[in-house]
Design a protein around this ligand. Structure first.
Ligand SMILES: C[S@@+](CC[C@H](N)C(=O)[O-])C[C@H]1O[C@@H](n2cnc3c(N)ncnc32)[C@H](O)[C@@H]1O
Length: 469
């Protein structure tokens, strides 16, 4: 299932260390030497320096706000790079984001005082190349020094940059622990909520770029697609591949039989188990991964979302897959429609702390105050969703958050104020969830770090309810 990693940037660049080795050993502490293949520095042209400059811009944009990296990718100077250098710059910034805590520890051991952000950025990007992309050290060091020379703010520090990076090359990274990659306040919450062992798995999951997961229409030939996409078939039916890059170029994309969707994100719609001819409502639908699943099962689907721009992507996804849904662009609370449905899915807006494997910036963007605000929104949306379920119908509530306020606490409060609903205990094996995800209440609490040997999955809270009155 392994395929050679895409080469980004200049020669010999990113050796993508993937994440999804079949037998992932828990490599809890890192202590190894940077790689240093003997090649001449002169072979690395100036454009390599520009790609590293862009990597620093992307990193700082992501640290500033959640959508920062993608916004910068669409602008100059990132936009002006060759496709290979853009891919390199992105891989470098993502690697730095994933392992920022470890990188800062490695640097902290060699710096008496932390330099200003421009110098620190050059150092972080250089260490990310050595630690994550396995760039030859001499190339990471020489391009860092060249970058420093370009700017008045960093030029005085070029000898320091050179000495620090050469020291790391000589002595190795030292021991670092993945817990360093978690913001302290989140690590403290997760330790309190899930315990020490789970925290280790959550931290380890920061280190690796996840595999690509794919959902397949029930009518398609799953085994043939798995072969074409060099994928394994996970329990539940998700295809998992080490492929990366532009999925539009992958086999059978235009046929519309598959779409990219994390293995955990595919579980909520599976739990609803809608049947052909049933009616289903997806109340926070865009960009539509779960709506596609409902429609592909043969249900008659209504997709509601407040964001017209996100619904544009949903419509494109439906067009490509040749599926159908009635689409309504409106805040769910304002939707005046008295239909009730056999199945209602509420994938509510949330802090998204469970998605850091794919979006490492989610860890930096989350704020405690946002969790409280989002919990209020979820509370309101849950009450709207409840009204839309027929008696005897089902409701799935899910969030890609690891925070109890958005999951378990929300569900306890909902069941207290909506006595006409009861939990239907999930059966993890039948929907492709790890067995350890099942809570005593019958809900699923999926943590990145579960299924580590299969390449892990995103964090989710998922509850299946039935309306009894
Ligand atoms: C977690 S995302 C949904 C992802 C989607 N279910 C999927 O699988 O592709 C949450 C969505 O809720 C939408 N949203 C936020 N507040 C909303 C509201 N009050 N009413 C309807 N949609 C809302 C957002 O626009 C966003 O698209």
């Amino acid at each position: 299932m392994s395929r050679p990693p895409a080469r980004g940037g200049d020669q010999g660049r990113p050796q993508n260390r993937g994440s999804n080795r079949g037998s992932a050993q828990r490599r809890h502490a890192t202590s190894h030497k940077p790689s240093n293949r003997p090649q001449g520095e002169d072979r690395y042209p100036e454009v390599g320096v520009q790609a590293r400059l862009v990597a620093g811009i992307l990193l700082n944009a992501a640290l500033e706000k959640r959508t920062g990296l993608d916004e910068e990718m669409a602008k100059s100077p990132a936009r002006d790079l060759s496709p290979a250098d853009r891919a390199f710059a992105r891989a470098c910034a993502m690697g730095a984001l994933r392992r920022l805590g470890e990188i800062d520890q490695i640097l902290g051991k060699r710096l008496k005082a932390l330099p200003g952000l421009p110098t620190m950025t050059i150092l972080r990007i250089a260490v990310a190349q050595m630690l994550v992309l396995e760039t030859p050290s001499f190339a990471a060091v020489s391009t860092a020094v060249k970058l420093a020379e370009r700017d008045n703010k960093t030029r005085p520090y070029k000898n320091l940059i050179n000495a620090v990076l050469r020291g790391i090359d000589r002595d190795g990274f030292g021991v670092t622990k993945p817990e360093a990659n978690l913001p302290e306040w989140l690590a403290a919450r997760w330790l309190a909520n899930y315990g020490d062992e789970a925290l280790k798995g959550l931290a380890e999951a920061t280190r690796f770029e996840p595999p690509t997961d794919i959902s397949v229409k029930p009518s398609a030939d799953r085994a043939a697609l798995a072969q074409a996409l060099e994928a394994n078939i996970l329990e539940g039916g998700t295809l998992r591949t080490d492929r990366r890059g532009d999925v539009a170029q992958w086999p059978h994309f235009e046929d519309g039989d598959w779409w990219v969707q994390d293995a955990a994100a595919a579980i909520p719609a599976r739990l609803l188990d809608v049947q052909p001819g049933q009616t289903a409502l997806d109340l926070c639908a865009a960009p539509g991964g779960k709506t596609l699943q409902l429609a592909a099962s043969g249900a008659s689907v209504v997709a509601v979302d407040r964001s017209e721009s996100r619904l544009k992507r949903l419509r494109q996804n439906f067009e490509r897959t040749r599926l159908h849904a009635e689409v309504v662009a409106i805040p769910a609370e304002d939707w005046e429609d008295d239909r009730q449905f056999d199945a209602v899915l509420l994938d509510a807006p949330c802090s998204a702390t469970g998605t850091y494997r794919r979006n490492p910036e989610a860890l930096r963007a989350a704020r405690p105050a946002d969790i409280a605000k989002l919990a209020d929104v979820q509370h309101r949306l849950l009450d709207v969703a409840a009204q839309k379920v027929k008696v005897g119908g089902k409701l799935v509530y899910c969030v890609c958050s690891l925070e109890r306020e958005e999951g378990e606490t929300q569900m306890i409060a909902f069941l207290r104020r909506n006595t006409g609903f009861k939990t239907v205990a999930a059966e993890p094996a039948s929907v492709g969830a790890p067995l350890e995800a099942l809570t005593k209440e019958g809900w699923l609490r999926i943590l990145p770090g579960q299924w580590e040997e299969k390449g892990s999955l995103d964090g989710f809270f998922i509850a299946l309810l039935e309306r009894t009155a």
